[in-house]
Ligand binder design. Structure first.
Ligand code: PAF
Length: 275
């Protein structure tokens, strides 16, 4: 496996566009990222993983500075997961000047849920993903369903900007307890980690209740939020949405996803379940 830090080194290894499968990450990898990497490897193309903690998608009060940088361990894990090239640029390489050109997502998708609670987040994500696509020039890129809205925003960006890359979804990986694997789980104490599974429990239970009484959606969502709050969480949202566009469902028969974000002490966790 090759580790490269510059676009020129990457291009020397991948002279032709459209010749690789790509997994963008911010590092501090876990089994979720590795399963996306193994999925990318099934295309029979060279696999590139990027590791870049993207300042543009963090608000000033968020965890950019303390986000764990674990490059050496990440490279060992990626090598074992059939990655061929790790692209780990520093900020000067990716943002040599202040990034004035930005990709503004469709507000109907980018300003709701995560975008509502983290203004500017998806602009930061789309801008860096577009830039990484420009560097790596992949044929296919794999994004995890754990960040469900991110996956949809990227799909819409690629569609609307006619970008020549196929976006593939990877399933969320969970611990035996049901807790979705996430780099931010590392901020949790053992006791908090055991408790963190309550989030997916709340989402699953909201999905079941909604299926039983779809016309009660507002009440069921409010109850789910209250119930999680009574157990010591600070929820931002727990909500049932259409899978197709994350809009509010109008027909109970359509494919749905229940999404949630809530803070446990100082750690904000997100999760979702398709129902
Ligand atoms: O999901 C992530 O880790 C990041 O948002 C991504 C897609 C690598 C962009 O920085």
């Amino acid at each position: 496996m090759n580790l490269v830090h510059t676009i020129a080194e990457l291009r020397a290894l991948l002279p032709e566009a459209g010749r690789c499968a790509f997994v963008p990450t911010m590092g501090n990898l876990h089994e979720g990222h590795l399963s996306l990497t193994r999925q990318a490897a099934r295309h029979g193309l060279p696999v590139v993983a990027s590791i870049f903690v993207n300042r543009l998608q963090f608000a000033p009060h968020e965890d950019f500075d303390r986000y764990p940088r674990t490059l050496q361990r990440d490279c060992e894990l990626l090598e074992a997961a059939q990655c061929d090239i790790v692209f780990a640029p520093d900020e000067r390489e990716l943002y040599p000047q202040p990034q004035a050109f930005k990709v503004q997502p469709d507000p109907a998708l980018g300003d709701i849920l995560e975008g509502h609670f983290r203004p500017g987040f998806f602009t930061g994500v789309c801008t860096v993903v577009m830039k990484l696509f420009g560097c790596v020039r992949p044929k296919v890129a794999v994004f995890g369903k754990k960040d469900y809205q991110q996956l949809m925003v990227i799909r819409r960006m690629v569609e609307q900007l006619a970008m020549d890359v196929a976006i593939e979804a990877g399933e969320t990986r969970r611990a035996d307890s049901g807790l979705a694997l996430s780099s931010r789980n590392g901020y949790l104490s053992d006791a908090q980690r055991a408790k963190a599974v309550e989030l997916v429990g709340a989402l699953r239970s909201l999905g079941v209740r909604y299926r039983e009484a779809p016309h009660q959606r507002d009440r069921l969502e409010a109850q789910a939020i209250e119930s999680l709050a009574s157990r010591g969480w600070a929820p931002d949202y727990l909500t049932v949405r259409r899978r197709s566009d994350l809009g509010v469902p109008t027909d109970a028969g359509e494919p749905l996803v229940v999404l949630g974000a809530a803070r446990l002490a100082t750690t904000r966790l997100i999760d979702n379940v398709e129902v």
